[in-house]
Design a protein around this ligand. Structure first.
Ligand SMILES: [Zn+2]
Length: 150
């Protein structure tokens, strides 16, 4: 968000007790507390257009609820940067082939499983982040799955 828009937004927020947020796509609304900058479940998008664009001198702003945002992201060919990646403990490298493969699986209805493309060695390396029992379970489930395929 541009600095002047942030300032404008902060003034709007200061002047009102609460802010009504409406999803531009589906119309779902939410009344957010004036200090709720997270906008719980809603996201604001901004687009500015420059010289050469047929929308030159226009400035668009809209809100989307998370359901609509997910529906739109499902139409993407390429995985958005940061999508389903825990910023504190990233198990998948952002925008890697693995990230894209997981995204494609998810678009095809599979559950998001960041362990899916990990080798047993890579899973063992994750023992520093996860409980041993949990990693053992993931490895055992994978072996069960392999036996079912054979
Ligand atoms: Zn919506």
């Amino acid at each position: 968000m541009r600095k002047e828009n942030v300032i404008k937004r902060m003034k709007e927020v200061e002047e009102t007790e609460s802010v009504e947020i409406t999803c531009n796509r589906c119309g779902k609304t939410k009344t957010a507390d004036k200090l709720d900058f997270v906008r719980d479940g809603f996201h604001e998008f901004l687009a500015t257009f420059g010289y050469g664009s047929s929308f030159d001198l226009e400035y668009w702003s809209f809100d989307l609820c998370e359901n609509c945002l997910v529906d739109i992201v499902k139409t993407f060919k390429y995985v958005p940067k940061g999508f389903r990646i825990d910023q504190q403990y990233p198990l998948v490298k952002d925008e890697s082939k693995e990230h894209q493969a997981l995204f494609d699986d998810w678009k095809n209805g599979k559950e998001w499983d960041e362990f899916r493309y990990k080798s047993e060695e890579e899973l063992n390396d994750l023992r520093c982040l996860f409980d041993d029992g949990y990693i053992d379970e993931v490895i055992a489930k994978r072996k069960e799955g392999e036996m079912l395929i054979d």
